[in-house]
Design a protein around this ligand. Structure first.
Ligand SMILES: NC(=O)c1ccc[n+]([C@@H]2O[C@H](COP(=O)([O-])OP(=O)(O)OC[C@H]3O[C@@H](n4cnc5c(N)ncnc54)[C@H](OP(=O)(O)O)[C@@H]3O)[C@@H](O)[C@H]2O)c1
Length: 275
């Protein structure tokens, strides 16, 4: 285990996305050294160029669903002089569709990207994280992993799975110094959400947050002395508790909204939105 250091080496997956970019800026501004991960080398390079102290950061373009490319990312991390202190599992995909309109390839891609990849990356990077005095994993979940929402059954299942994985791992590593954090945002203003999803949120009165707010909450977790689990947004935090205690109440509320949800799911389908 190395001594405490100020600028941590952080592998940030999905760095090129809405939340990823905001996180990259927040973390870089705090003096951390980033390994910016995403699929598009050019987009990642543009991000790196825009960060403070750009020479401290590097880009790692790879499709994490491809085991060989993922192994390459792990090997690059293992070869770094300072190792890797923190893994942020932020890369993710979503699709708003009724189950009957979701094919096998889409199901596989959502579960693989949002659940299997974070599990495999965490496992493979754990020896490196254990060597750091500030070793930590941060998994980016979703409110939909805690409130099953019609139109997001596969996405919600992937995020529920991620929460279950995080909880068990937090306990498994509870007698070690490696922290395991979990952050579940509600809707966030990024390209992950299609026009139909934004329309649905407006119609249902669901509020959304800026990626910068999510980035700030993530930085707060990283600064915490113990493993943390945070949910973003009010009244979503209350709904999550009600759903856990009285799921029939939430069933009734969401079933009433099915005509609206069906209309926007159809709009998404007609727009040809896919992964
Ligand atoms: N936006 C929301 O409303 C919301 C709400 C709650 C939770 N979240 C969660 O927050 C996280 C970030 O979402 P976002 O809103 O920032 O989405 P986003 O803007 O669509 O960005 C997604 C990121 O994931 C990367 N990615 C996707 N598949 C990948 C793969 N196979 N290999 C490597 N990278 C891959 C994308 O890379 P490319 O640039 O190469 O596509 C991109 O950087 C996700 O886990 C999402 O589920 C989002």
């Amino acid at each position: 285990m190395t001594a405490e250091k100020l600028g941590l080496n952080i592998l940030l997956t999905g760095a090129s996305g809405g939340i990823g970019r905001a996180l990259a800026h927040s973390l870089a501004a705090r003096g951390h050294c980033l390994l910016l991960q995403g699929r598009n080398a050019q987009t990642l390079e543009q991000l790196r160029e825009a960060l403070p102290d750009k020479s401290r950061h590097m880009t790692l373009a790879a499709d994490l669903c491809d085991p060989r490319q993922r192994q390459q990312v792990v090997a690059t991390c293992a070869g770094l002089a300072g190792g890797v202190d923190v893994l942020i599992n932020n890369a993710g995909v979503a699709r708003f569709a009724l189950l009957g309109d979701t094919d096998d390839a889409e199901v596989r891609k959502i579960l693989e990207t949002n659940l299997l990849v974070p599990m495999a990356l965490t496992r493979d990077l754990l020896p490196l994280l254990q060597r750091s005095a500030q070793g930590a994993v941060i998994n980016i979940g979703s409110a939909f992993g805690h409130i099953g929402h019609p139109g997001f059954s596969i996405y919600g299942a992937s995020k529920s799975g991620l929460h279950g994985f995080t909880e068990a791992l937090r306990r498994e590593l509870g007698d070690s110094h490696v922290k395991v954090h979990y952050l579940a945002p509600r809707a966030v203003d990024t390209a992950l959400n299609t026009e139909a999803v934004n329309g649905l949120n407006r119609a249902l009165g669901n509020r959304s947050d800026s990626p910068q707010l999510v980035a700030q909450r993530c930085v707060d977790l990283l600064d915490g002395k113990t493993s943390g689990r945070r949910f973003i947004g009010w009244p979503e935090r209350l709904f999550i508790k009600v759903n856990a205690l009285l799921p029939a109440v939430v069933d009734a509320a969401l079933i009433k909204k099915m005509p609206v949800i069906r209309r926007f799911a159809q709009q998404n389908l007609t727009a040809g939105e896919s992964l």
